[in-house]
Design a binder for this molecule. Structure first.
Ligand code: IMP
Length: 429
């Protein structure tokens, strides 16, 4: 099992960046396969902080990094992120970065539409990151997207622009907005074309080559399974499939390449944006966890909603995504609590259920059933071995493992790369 697929098993922000960076240093190639620059990964390496939204986390450690076709690519955000990282001393060139030439582009019209819809929705808004992700995916399946390969053929863009503008002009009119400025779009694309084309290629072919050579490939998911457009808390979700299977369709390698599926799971729960959140804490403990966990969005700076660990949700996402093992992150945020709670089931209109129902009204109505455990006063920060953990922290981890019916492969005890306890190396057969 040489390859590893990393996915978020809650609502995103589980600490994937650190784990992916840690695994990337042992991989030969890292591939992103869905989402866009709505993702936010923070890496801390030797005290230096790197913030990534679009580039695969392997880029910082110099590992060959690829952006697969399942990603929606904002070329201006890409240029800005590359320049910022280069300013921090990270080398980025066509040797270590490849971008699928069939990636759909996020354009200014997508950002406009995202913002117009969210503003018009008022209280019913999704709480998107405002990056144009949803509208860009809509245009992909609507067969009117401008893709990376189009940047090499801007003189032949007219028929595709016709399709794109016919759709957007009608929508914009509904918001009292002027039609799309075609010339401005063409000028924007011309400005960024050479920069993107440096990295553009059929990524599936590159992957085929590295796979044949026996490379260890790391597939890097963004967001989390509860934000999956099919399996998440619809409609309060993102617009891509965030489950592990997307690693195949979003990169151009078959499902047998996915390997070990590592679900990243925070030792408690957070979410940004609107939507149901059964174990949400609206009290001092929630505030304390949010502060200790620095729960502010990497991309938007928004304060994250915080709650107890929900084993029902994680058992469900691990099953849906075929998770082989989990990486449990931010256990140190629970240090010092007298008692800790884990949600083990829900009560819905008098019935006890062991899964999250599909309808959003039911999801909003479920009441968590908690199991209470003794906390630990000792610090877990920086622990690198299981035996360094307080006995009650070990009990907590073991209980989590039992309830989610999935083994714990790693425990992360600080943002630093090496503050990690390894139980099972995902890259090992
Ligand atoms: P969008 O992906 O910008 O369309 O936002 C849709 C929903 O997904 C909103 O609730 C966002 O807050 C959430 N979301 C998108 N990306 C992330 C992420 O990387 N971490 C956590 N939540 C995210």
């Amino acid at each position: 099992m040489a390859n590893v697929t990393v996915i978020g098993a809650q609502w995103g922000d589980e600490g994937k960046g650190k784990i992916v960076d840690w695994l990337a240093s042992r991989a030969d190639a890292v591939v992103r396969f869905q989402g866009g620059h709505n993702a936010g990964h923070t890496l801390v390496i030797d005290g230096e902080v790197y913030k990534l939204s679009l580039l695969p986390s392997g880029i910082v450690s110099g590992t060959m990094s690829m952006i697969g076709n399942g990603v929606v690519l904002d070329p201006w955000a890409l240029r800005e992120e590359v320049q910022k990282l280069e300013g921090q001393g990270v080398a980025i060139n066509d040797d270590n970065l490849a971008i699928a030439d069939n990636c759909p582009l996020i354009l200014s019209v997508h950002r406009d539409l995202d913002a117009l819809r969210e503003t018009a929705a008022g209280k019913g808004k999704i709480g998107t990151t405002g990056r144009g992700i949803g509208p860009a995916y809509e245009d992909k399946v609507g067969r009117r997207a401008i893709r990376v390969c189009d940047l090499a053929h801007l003189d032949r863009l007219e028929p595709q622009l016709d399709r794109l503008c016919a759709h957007h002009d009608a929508l914009r009119a509904g918001f009292d907005q002027p039609p799309v400025d075609r010339e401005a779009i063409l000028a924007e694309l011309a400005d960024v074309a050479d920069f993107v084309l440096r990295f553009a290629q059929p990524v599936w072919k590159r992957l085929k080559k590295v796979r044949k050579a026996g490379a260890k490939i790391l597939f890097e998911g963004a967001q989390g399974v509860l934000l999956d457009v099919d399996h998440g808390t619809y409609p309060f979700v993102t617009s891509s499939n965030t489950v592990s299977g997307t690693a195949a369709s979003g990169s151009g390698l078959g499902p047998n390449a996915i390997g070990f599926v590592l679900g990243i799971v925070k030792a408690y729960t957070t979410r940004v944006g609107s939507g149901p959140f059964p174990t949400e804490l609206d009290d001092e403990i929630g505030q304390r966890l949010g502060e200790r966990g620095h729960e502010f969005g990497t991309v938007t700076g928004r304060q994250r909603r915080v709650g107890w660990f929900d084993a029902v949700l994680v058992r469900q996402t691990c099953s849906i995504s075929g998770v082989t093992g989990i990486a449990l992150t931010k256990i140190d945020v629970l240090d010092g609590l007298e008692t800790v709670k884990i949600c083990t089931g829900y009560r819905l209109r008098g019935n006890v259920i062991d899964y999250l129902p599909t309808h959003s009204a039911d999801q909003a109505e479920v009441e968590p059933i908690y199991e209470e455990m003794e906390g630990w006063s000792e610090s877990t920060v920086g622990a690198r071995s299981y035996v360094d953990l307080p006995a009650n922290a070990i009990k907590y981890i073991q209980r989590v493992q039992e309830l989610i019916e999935t083994p714990v492969s790693l425990v992360s005890t600080s943002p630093e790369r090496d503050d990690t306890i390894l139980m099972k190396d995902p890259f090992e057969d």
